[in-house]
Structure formats: C-alpha cells, structure tokens
Ligand binder design. Structure first.
Ligand SMILES: [Zn+2]
Ligand SMILES: [Zn+2]
Length: 398
C-alpha cells in the first residue's frame, strides 16, 4: 500500500469513556436471542446521541445506522451481534449482570460498544472518507438455527445503499490482548443438526427376540455414523459428526418403543456439507432397515460455513498492520469448527470476520463460561479495528 496512514487508535482511546458506559449498560442487562428489545433501545439511544440516522425492522430487534449516506465511494458495513446467553454470571465484576441466568458470556456487549465507538469516531472523521459506513447491530447470533443475520438480510440491511464490503469481529481469549487475528478463506464451520427417532418394539427385556430393539438399533446407528467422517469425507476436509444426546427407556428390564438421538454435523465447505447430509440419511436408513426398525430423520440446516473473501481480508489485514504494527496483526493458522451467522452476510457480499484478542495471562476463562471477563482495553482496539478497516477498504488498500 502507498500513501500515508493516520491511525484511528488515538481517537478510539478518546472514545473509551463513552464505550465503557455503553458496554456497562449492555453488560448489566443482557437479553437472550430474539428478546433483545431493551438492547435495541440502548443502541437506538446511542445512535441518536451521535446524530446518526438509523432504522429498525418489523421482524427482530436489529438496528442499522448509516454514516455519510450521501458519499459516492464504496459502502462498508460493520456488524456487531447483540444477544447474551443463558448463563449465570460469576465474574464478580462491579457491573455484572443483574439477571440470574442471563449473561453476556460471548462478549457481544464488547462488540456493540466497539461498534458504537467506531461510529462515534467515523461520524466526525479527522479527514474526509470516500464512502458511506453502515452500522449493523444484529440480534440472535446465538440462536444457532435461523439466526438474526438472515432476517436482517431479508429485510434489506445490505441494500439502500448497497453494501460493497462487510467486516465483523469477535473477541477471543486464545489471542493475547492487543492482537487482531485474520484468516483468508474458510474460517468457521457450517453447523447443521439432526434428530433421529428409532422405532422398535417395546417389551420385556428378557424377550428381546420378539421385535427390533430400539436401543440396539440406536447404538448401531451411533457407531455407524462414526464412519461418515473417516470413510466418506475426504481426509483433508474438516468435518465432525457428534451425537450429543441419547434418550430412551424408563427401567433396566423394559425395552423402549423408541430411542431419540440428537447431534450436530460440522463441515467447512458447501460440497462436504451436502455430502454429509445425504450420506448420513442413507447410512441411518440402511442400518435401521437391516435390523428391521423404523426410523425418522429430521435434518435441521443451521449456519453456513464462514468463508472470508481473500482480497478483502488481505486489504483489511494490511490496513490493520499500518494501524497497530505488523506484530499485532496475526494470521489465524487454522479454521475452527464453531459456527457464526456472520457467514450469512458473506454469502452475499465480500467481507471478513476478524478475531479481537482479549487474552490476559492468569485470566483464561473461555467464551460462554460464567467467568468470561474480557479486558475493556479491547474496546479501543475493537473500535480502531472497525474504523481502520472501513477506511482501508474505501481507499482500496492505498
Ligand atoms: Zn457465542
Ligand atoms: Zn459470540
């Protein structure tokens, strides 16, 4: 890249008191997926205070703000998720959740406050920016099946003005505070779910020969599915088939009529995703048929694989290296099998999903845990990351 770069970090640092206040308000009152009504109110109020025009939607609690709507250059969307988790907080923080069983245990409070911080500094940029910046506050990321991104996309959040690039970020304790991680190409998995109901013939456990035993058939199915990853999927393609729940029966000497298996299927490419579904259906049906049992398979499609656009990702990574220094911007070595509905936006527009380091030695709590307490210094880096990414993409990497 040529040209000079004026860092956003000093401006983000000045916005820290405001970001802290926003984050505290979000953190104290977390709301679960599809219930983010008060969170939406807080986002709307903050955007009003910043004089940023915004819209809300008929379906869901999303909010979209727009900075510099009249500018003619590329439109960059920045996205933050809004929901908390059904976890009872045990951080002991002075601004801990006031609600047992509800916690911002995935750092979405940090994402929202960072996006508002970026909005505050982008709203009064120290130099003219080429294009509009869209601020997408998205509910229901943790919902896991349909998710909040899809509803926002269907209601036009990527149109009017049409988004050219999208950038999102997620806090991550495995990356040290002060670092930002990037990865071109596949980064997170598609997550589908299945529910298999095996119907056998219930009766006395001493007379198993009188009908198909649903417990044995279900057991064969659990084991048979293990060969899908090892013998159906290309060995260099990441994939997971896991059964997370097995339910059936009431007593040691009664064979149940029915056993229900539930699990998850993870894959990194659309082709493997399709292959796994068809192979799983075939395998399960044939095992059940060979043992004379009936089976019902419900296959629930979840979030698609998250694939970062390589060109956009490299432009953003180069921009961030200028913002923070090369040592602070690291390439994420391998994809993870977790899922994220930011993937839905990437099916429509090129973009990139970044990792925001919040790791502090001696404070190793993981995402979704009751003691997850990201360092609030990450707010400055989060806001500067988003603002810099927007400017870098609008300048086309120059
Ligand atoms: Zn999460
Ligand atoms: Zn999350």
């Amino acid at each position: 890249m040529d040209g000079s770069w004026e860092p956003w970090t000093p401006l983000a640092r000045r916005a820290l008191p405001a970001m802290r206040a926003w984050r505290t308000a979000f953190h104290q009152e977390p709301e679960l997926s599809l219930q983010e009504e008060r969170t939406r109110e807080k986002v709307v109020r903050a955007l009003e205070e910043l004089n940023i025009p915004h819209r809300t939607f008929a379906e869901g609690y999303g909010v979209v703000g727009l900075i510099g709507g009249g500018r003619s250059g590329p439109v960059v969307a920045l996205r933050a998720d809004m929901d908390g988790l059904p976890v009872t907080e045990a951080t002991g923080l002075p601004f801990a959740s006031r609600f047992p069983g509800r916690m911002h245990a995935c750092g979405h409070d940090v994402h929202m406050a960072s996006l508002l911080g970026a909005a505050a500094i982008l709203q009064r940029p120290p130099r003219p920016l080429a294009g509009p910046v869209k601020l997408i506050f998205q509910p229901a990321e943790e919902e896991g099946r349909i998710g909040g991104a899809l509803a926002l996309i269907e209601q036009g959040c990527l149109q009017d003005p049409k988004v050219d690039y999208i950038v999102g970020q997620h806090v991550i304790p495995s990356l040290p505070l002060g670092q930002v991680g990037w990865k071109a190409g596949p980064m997170m998995a598609a997550a589908d779910a299945f529910r298999i109901t095996v119907r056998g013939k219930g009766g006395h456990a001493a007379t198993p020969h009188q009908g198909p035993d649903a417990v044995v058939v279900a057991s064969e199915i659990v084991l048979g599915m293990q060969a899908l990853v090892s013998r159906v999927v290309d060995p260099v393609e990441p994939a997971v088939v896991s059964v997370g729940s097995v339910h059936g029966g009431t007593k040691n000497n009664i064979l149940p009529d029915e056993v229900v298996l539930e699990g998850t299927v993870r894959s990194m490419s659309p082709a493997t995703r399709k292959l796994l579904e068809s192979a799983l259906r075939r395998r399960v049906r044939s095992i059940a048929a060979s043992l004379g049992a009936k089976v019902r398979i419900e296959y629930i499609t979840g979030y698609p694989p998250l694939v970062n656009d390589p060109t956009t990702t490299r432009t953003v990574a180069a921009t961030l290296a200028r913002e923070f220094g090369r040592d602070s911007v690291v390439e994420v070595p391998a994809p993870v099998m977790g899922a994220e509905d930011f993937a839905c936006y990437l099916e429509h527009v090129p973009g990139t999903f970044l990792r925001l380091g919040v790791g502090v030695s001696g404070r190793p709590a993981s995402l979704h845990s009751a003691t997850f307490a990201p360092d609030e210094r990450a707010l400055v880096i989060g806001a500067a990351t988003l603002a810099a990414a927007a400017e870098g993409l609008q300048r086309g990497g120059s």
